[in-house]
Ligand binder design. Sequence first.
Ligand SMILES: Cc1ncc(C[n+]2csc(CCOP(=O)(O)OP(=O)(O)O)c2C)c(N)n1
Length: 546
Amino acid sequence: MFGYPGGAIMPIYDALFDYTNQIQHILVRHEQGGIHAAQGYARTSGRVGVVFATSGPGATNLVTGLADAQIDSTPVVCITGQVFAHLLGTDAFQETDVINITAPVTKWNYQVTDASEIAETLAKAFYIAASGRPGPVLVDITKNAQLQKVPYAGYQKCRHIRSYRPAPFVRSEYIEAAARLINEAERPYVIFGQGVILGNAEQELQAFLEKSGIPAAWTVLGLSALPTDHPLNMGMLGMHGNYGPNVLTNECDVLIAIGMRFDDRVTGRLDKYAKQAKVIHLDIDPAEVDKNVKATVPVWGNCKDTLPLLTSKVQPRSHTAWVQRFKDFKQKETEKVIEPEMKPAGDVLSMAEVIQSLNEITKGDAVIVTDVGQHQMVACRYARFNQSRSNVTSGGLGTMGFALPAAIGAKYGAPNRQVVAIIGDGGFQMTLQELGTIMQFGAVVKIIILNNNFLGMVRQWQQLFHDHRYSSVDIQSPDFVMLAKAYGINGQRVNDRANLNSAMAVMLESSASYLLEVMVGKENNVFPMVPQGRGVAEIVLSADEV
Ligand SMILES: Cc1ncc(C[n+]2csc(CCOP(=O)(O)OP(=O)(O)O)c2C)c(N)n1
């Protein structure tokens, strides 16, 4: 568990003192760091992340992480201390109405004012956080309840709550209807998201694709569910996704959406999105079906259950000519974007070649944790993966400052894996205090700062859509390598290509945490791009086409 103590949660921390050998509590440097670490832990381990915080400012510091976990369906349980029950509503010291503040950003929240409720509430909290479509839960416990003594019958796992149905019933008529559409299709196309990972359905997805021969593309949160090298993996969807996967969305005849929610960054303009296609939507959350895109056939349920049913009913096919269309687009993108980014003409390093250097050593084995901005999109586009639960990023909320604490949690969730955080010079400065957590607890995290001396993604938009008016994006940074040294973390700065691979190797071979600052092109842009307000088929490959 990750946390930070304070007045209203002191009895819980006092009890924790007796469990030092059984429970590892990581003292973070800020509660936001605590919840992002819990998210990173949940994403790599598949278990529920736990955070403790005190009342008032401790609790409000959790809000960004709760919103992030809510939109990215991450199972987290937050336990906050609260003022004594008799002081509630009196503006007591460090009192804040955490239940109302966090209601829209939690799957469930609840205030406990009597100790007799604690055990049952916590059992419910873990059940709700992890079941069905996962999400964050917050339990607020008043100080009197923490101090009160009650008889305790032992922990009883919660397995059912009346009126809460985590997964809808699978309806066989819809499986039949979906299979019929797929079997009649000439240009079927699978787009998948994090639902595949959350449902532990990676093998089921692969079996479905391999039997049906259908090409597949992923959302940013679905990344790593299908190995990069899989022959039916066509690449990334969305605003900075690959060329073919976007354009061909508007040419497929049956679109099979699996565990994804048609986010606007994926669909672009909805009235120009896949209008020609019949849509099959597999999702555990009925509220997602028909929310943004009308489904011809809804397939409610966990895709771990629904995919095998579908696989058993689809005919073995190989859509060779259709798959070739993706490859042709890939060729065009390679010539116009990928090659020039991998081998830039001048001396200035590109973000893509840094990711490529990383790939060459990790061979797709590492967990990659990204922050938010240009570096995030470049990392998602180019990083290679050969196992699931390896890509940790803030997808829905786009929270700068996510990566450093999330990487710490990711390492606790996957202690035997190499964890590499890729962060911009702006985002790093939002939560760099968590270097102190690394220093104190020794989680081995490798940190790459892609430093373009700008708030790069905002600068790119100002260049392309605001006539080069660079308003407040020129950000200065401290000496990151010296800063890391102050926290006992080794590092170095790379300015030129000649040193990149050797520095990358030193970082990855280091048995301790390490910070690599790489100076990259100041005004490099991320392409392709579906400009806001355009359809996915209007994706552009360069600034001239915007
Ligand atoms: C907390 C937060 N504040 C503001 C933003 C808006 N925003 C999105 S990307 C970005 C720039 C990020 O700059 P940097 O971290 O240097 O990464 P780069 O884009 O240069 O790779 C900003 C300000 C955000 N996503 N999150």
